[in-house]
Write a protein that binds this ligand. Structure first.
Ligand SMILES: [Fe+2]
Length: 152
């Protein structure tokens, strides 16, 4: 909510997507095992707004993991990605919080994911996604600095 306020994102999409982005991990929601797609399908199915579902589907450069899992075609066919400050801000928020809700620096967050998943498809996808994630975090960090927000 503080990031949305600092960036003037008042439509609620960032906050909704931030709360819901990992819902695809839920045992009642998981289907393919690719949580961005499972979560987005679930959210669309229960009538959450299409934009939030699309943000969830593509959160944190999910296309790279989709590629590794052979689900890229489905992801893009069902959920159109967006390039926006909201999309970048969702990445910024995801990369600033660890798995237990603790604040983390980007580099520590990346290391934490590698440590948690070891040599796996997720680590392989993360290596491909890292430049995309870093660029979004940098764009939002600069915008936050420009907005003089304490949340950087
Ligand atoms: Fe996620």
């Amino acid at each position: 909510m503080r990031v949305a306020a600092a960036l003037g994102l008042a439509d609620g999409a960032l906050v909704a997507a931030a709360w819901l982005h990992d819902i695809g991990y839920g045992p009642d929601v998981a289907d393919t095992g690719f949580h961005p797609l499972d979560g987005a399908r679930f959210l669309r199915g229960v009538g959450v707004g299409d934009r939030v579902a699309r943000l969830v589907a593509h959160h944190s450069c999910a296309r790279f993991e989709a590629r590794v899992r052979g689900l890229e075609r489905e992801l893009f066919a069902e959920f159109e990605p967006e390039e926006s400050v909201t999309y970048d801000a969702l990445i910024f928020c995801d990369m600033a919080i660890g798995p237990d809700g603790q604040p983390m620096l980007f580099e520590d967050r990346i290391r934490e994911v590698y440590r948690r998943y070891g040599e796996s498809d997720i680590a392989r996808a993360l290596r491909m996604a890292e430049p995309c994630l870093r660029a979004a975090v940098d764009r939002i960090s600069q915008a936050m600095n420009a907005s003089d927000c304490p949340e950087r």
